[in-house]
Structure formats: C-alpha cells, structure tokens
Design a protein. Sequence first.
Length: 213
Amino acid sequence: MNVSTRLAVALTGGIGSGKSEVARRFAALGADVIDADVVARELVRPGAPALEEIVSAFGAGVLDASGALDRPAVRALIFRDPQARKQLESILHPRVREVLRRHAEETDAVYAMLVIPLFVESGAYGWVDRVLVVDATREDQIARLIARDGVSEEVARTIVDAQATREQRLAAAHDVIDNSGPPKALDAAVAVLHERYVALAQAPRGGGISNSS
C-alpha cells in the first residue's frame, strides 16, 4: 500500500472455518472490515455489468423469476463444472479485487481487514501486507457446514474439497488463528493480533512489511 500509516490484512480460511466470527471481533476493536463475498453480491445486483456478463456467458437460466442471480443454480453449476467456475471467477474476481484495493487505500481506520475466502485460490493479492488464516480441521469444516447450511455430508465434503487445502492456506499465512475450540476462545487471539496490526500500521515502512514475521 502507498499510505504509510495504513495496513491491509487479508483474512482467509476454508468454508466453515469461522472467518465471520473472527472478522466480527476485529470490527468491534476498530478494524475496517470489508468482505469479498458482500462485494461480489453487490456487483451482481440486477442491472450491474457483471450480472449481464454472467448471463451472457451462462444463459438466462442463472436468473430467478425476479431477474436476480439464482445463487443455488449458480452454485450447482460451478461445483458440477470446474470450467464454468473458472469462467465465473474470471468475471467476478478482478472486479472484487479492485473494490477491495480501493477500499483499503481509502480507509480512515488504522488498518483494513479484507475477508477473502478464496485468497489462496486466486493468487492475485500481492499488494496486501499480511495474510491471516483462520484454521480449522477438514472434519470441523464439514461438521459446521452441515450444521449451518443443512447440506448432506457428501455435499459438504465436495464443497470443502473444491477449495484450497488446509496446508496451502497455512503456507500462505503470516498469522494463524486456531479455531478448533469454542467461539469465546477467539477473543484473546484476536485482541493480540489487533494490537500487532495497529503497531505495524503505525511503524515506519521502510522497505515494507510484507515479509515481516
């Protein structure tokens, strides 16, 4: 980033890892939190250029009766067809990245927390300063997904396995929060990292902090 008093932190983790719980705690402490999934939903509102491009690529069958994106239909399509998933990502991801980068550069907060579920898969966020991974075991992810969305175990495993592996995410991390325990246990871990990010954001940049440990 170009603003010396600000820091961009990418928060990522597999589905069901607990990213939302962690992000909510950082927001309560003063981080400027923006979620890539929320940005993507805004980009595909009726009439938006991205939605028109998606319809052009996949046909009107991806719309519901009101003309909005039929998310269940799109989800079924991309998990059935990896090429379709790549095509959808090529439409949405560059737009999402641009919104996130602009937000991080313009924030008035000490640091921006960018919730990016597919951070590792996209491989295109070289401008962020830190990567924070919310870590959970594959079995925990599957159990939480079943409880949260009411899907079958088979579907849950398919969804989890379509993402980057736990090892790939951990390899990209500067910081890790272990979310194998109760939600209350997240409070202390988030508080420690918040203080670290504030200090890093306020420190002289020099050659940058991207390689800091």
